[in-house]
Ligand binder design. Structure first.
Ligand SMILES: Cc1ncc(COP(=O)(O)O)c(C=O)c1O
Ligand SMILES: N[C@@H](CCOP(=O)(O)O)C(=O)O
Length: 469
C-alpha cells in the first residue's frame, strides 16, 4: 500500500513512512493511493471478532507489507488490553434506533485513546526496528494531548511536545496532560486558540531544516495512521447492528474532521453507511458549509464542548481531495486561498457531492445542556457535552427509514466535563479511582505567547534536555 499527498508534490510513501512523516513535505495530507474495497462476504467474515482482532485485520489492509498480520495482532492486543470495558467500544441503546458507541473506555477517557494507544505501539515497533528516534509535536484542544502523553510517556525513542490553548480546556483535561512529569513529555500552554496551536504545529513541519533536525512526527489526525486506527470501531459497530445486510447511519461530534473522516473511509471501503451526520457547537463552519457552501472562517468561540472549539478542520482537505476527483493541484490552490482569504472556494459540484453523504447540524451551549438533561431524563444516560451534540444531530438528521439504526460516536466520558454535566443534571460524575487524586497532583508546563521561533526554541531545549539527561 502506497500513500500520496493531497497536494501532489511530495514523494509517495509506504505506511511506515507515513506514520513517521505525519504531514507530507508539500504541506498536504497522506491518503492511500487506492482504497481497499471489501465484498459483503468479507465484511460478514469480520462479524463477531474481538475488537483487537478486528482492528489488526483492518489495519493490515492499510499497513500492507510493512507490518504483517501476526505483528499487528501483537500491537493491537497490547493497545486494547488496558481498556476498562470487555467490549473495548461497547454499543449502548438510547432509544429504539439510536446507539451510543462508547469510545471513552481507554486510559484518558476520550475517543483519542482508541487510536493513540495503537499509535504508541506502532511508533515503538517501527522506531525499534529502524533504530531511530522522533520528536512528536502535537496540538490539542484537550483530548489528543493527554491521549498522546499517556501512550508515549517514558518511551525511550520518543520526545513529546504538546501545545494546548491556555485556559481553553477543561481543568480535568489540562491536569491529565500537565501532571505527567515523565522527562520525555513537555506541555506548552499557548496564549491563543486551538487553531493557533495547530497552525504552529504545521509551521514547524513546514520549516524543513527544523523538521529534519528534530525528526518531527505527528500524533494529530493529520497523521494518516490516526485515521486508519479510527476506522475499525465504525466497522465493529455497524457489523454488530446488521451490516453489511442492513445499512446504518453515523453521527459524529466534529471538530478537526478526523473522526467523521474515519467513518467516511469505512464507507469508501464498502461498508453500507447510508449517511454521515456532523454535529458542531457554536463554531459551526462545517454546518454552514453543508447548509450553503459557506466555508468561511470566524473567530474561535469558547463553548461547553471545548474539544470542538475549532474553525480550521485539518482533515477536510482529505475529503476535498476526494470530492475534486483527486485533483491535487486544485486542492492545493483551494487550501492556499482558504489560508489567504479565510474562505474556501469549494466548486459547486464538489459541494453538492458532499451534501449527498454528509448532513450538518450545530448546537448552542443552551442546546447542549438541554440535550444532556433530556438524555438523562428519557434514556437514563449520562452524556458529555460533545456526545450530546452527536445525539442531538442524530435526532435532527436520522434517515427517514426507521429501520436504519443511527450510531452516535460517544467521544468522551462525562467525568471529563463535570461542570457542564452537573449544570445540566445536578449530578457531578466522579473520575475513575485511578484519577481520583488528579486535583492534588503537581503540574508542570510552560506558557508561551505563540511565536514560531519561541516555540521551536522550546521544542529544541526540551529535546536536548531529555536526550542529555
Ligand atoms: C471529546 C471530543 N469530541 C469530538 C471531537 C471532534 O473530533 P474530530 O476532531 O476528530 O472531528 C474531539 C476532538 O477532536 C474531542 O476531543
Ligand atoms: N479535539 C482535538 C483536537 C485535535 O484533533 P486531532 O484529532 O487532529 O488530534 C483534541 O482534543 O485535541
Amino acid at each position: 500500500m502506497r500513500y500520496v499527498s493531497t497536494r501532489g508534490q511530495a514523494p509517495a510513501r509506504d505506511f511506515e513512512g507515513v506514520l513517521l512523516a505525519g504531514l507530507a513535505e508539500d504541506g498536504g495530507l497522506f491518503l492511500p493511493e487506492t482504497w481497499p474495497l471489501l465484498s459483503a462476504a468479507e465484511w460478514r467474515a469480520l462479524r463477531g471478532l474481538p475488537y483487537a482482532e478486528l482492528s489488526a485485520r483492518l489495519m493490515t489492509l492499510f499497513a500492507g507489507e510493512t507490518i504483517p498480520l501476526e505483528t499487528m495482532r501483537q500491537l493491537t492486543g497490547r493497545a486494547y488490553a488496558g481498556f476498562g470495558h470487555a467490549a473495548t467500544a461497547p454499543l449502548v441503546q438510547l432509544d429504539p434506533r439510536t446507539f451510543s458507541l462508547e469510545l471513552f473506555h481507554g486510559p484518558t477517557l476520550a475517543f483519542k485513546d482508541m487510536a493513540m494507544q495503537l499509535l504508541g505501539q506502532l511508533f515503538d515497533h517501527v522506531l525499534t526496528k529502524r533504530g531511530e528516534r522522533v520528536t512528536i509535536v502535537g496540538a490539542t484542544s484537550g483530548d489528543t494531548g493527554s491521549a498522546a502523553i499517556e501512550a508515549c510517556a517514558d518511551r525511550a525513542a520518543i520526545d513529546v511536545v504538546i501545545l494546548h490553548p491556555e485556559g481553553r480546556t477543561s481543568e480535568v483535561q489540562r491536569r491529565q496532560m500537565t501532571t505527567v512529569l515523565s522527562p520525555n513529555i513537555h506541555n506548552i500552554a499557548v496564549q491563543g486558540s486551538f487553531d493557533d496551536c495547530q497552525d504552529l504545529v504545521k509551521a514547524m513541519f513546514n520549516d524543513a531544516p527544523f523538521r529534519q533536525e528534530m525528526r518531527l512526527s505527528a500524533v494529530n489526525s493529520i497523521n494518516w495512521a490516526r485515521i486508519a486506527a479510527q476506522v475499525p470501531y465504525y466497522v465493529y459497530a455497524a457489523l454488530a447492528l446488521g451490516a453489511p445486510d442492513r445499512p446504518v447511519a453515523v453521527s459524529v461530534p466534529t471538530g478537526n474532521f478526523g473522526n467523521v473522516l474515519a467513518a467516511w473511509v469505512a464507507r469508501r471501503m464498502g461498508l453500507p453507511i447510508e449517511r454521515l451526520i456532523i454535529g458542531a457547537n457554536r463554531n459551526d463552519i462545517l454546518a454552514r458549509f453543508l447548509a450553503g457552501n459557506d466555508m468561511s472562517m470566524q473567530k474561535v468561540e469558547p463553548s461547553l464542548s471545548p474539544s470542538m472549539d475549532i474553525q480550521v478542520s485539518s482533515n477536510f482537505e482529505r475529503l476535498l481531495f476526494e470530492l475534486l476527483g483527486r485533483d491535487a493541484r486544485a486542492t492545493a490552490e483551494i487550501m492556499q486561498r482558504f489560508r489567504a482569504e479565510g474562505r474556501m472556494p469549494v466548486p459547486d459540484a464538489a459541494w453538492r457531492k458532499a451534501t449527498e453523504t454528509f448532513h450538518g447540524f450545530a448546537l448552542s451551549d443552551d442546546g447542549i445542556l438541554e440535550e444532556i438533561r433530556r438524555l438523562h431524563r428519557e434514556s437514563a444516560y449520562l452524556a458529555d457535552p460533545h456526545t450530546a451534540i452527536g445525539t442531538a444531530a442524530a435526532r435532527a438528521h436520522a434517515p427517514q427509514d426507521p429501520g436504519i439504526p443511527v450510531i452516535v460516536a460517544a467521544t468522551a466520558h462525562p467525568a471529563k466535563f463535570p461542570d457542564a454535566v452537573e449544570q445540566a443534571t445536578g449530578f457531578r460524575p466522579p473520575l475513575p479511582a485511578r484519577l481520583a487524586d488528579l486535583y492534588e497532583r503537581r503540574e508542570r508546563y510552560s506558557v508561551l505567547s505563540g511565536g514560531l521561533e519561541e516555540i521551536e526554541a522550546a521544542v529544541r531545549a526540551h529535546v536536548r534536555r531529555n536526550v542529555t539527561a
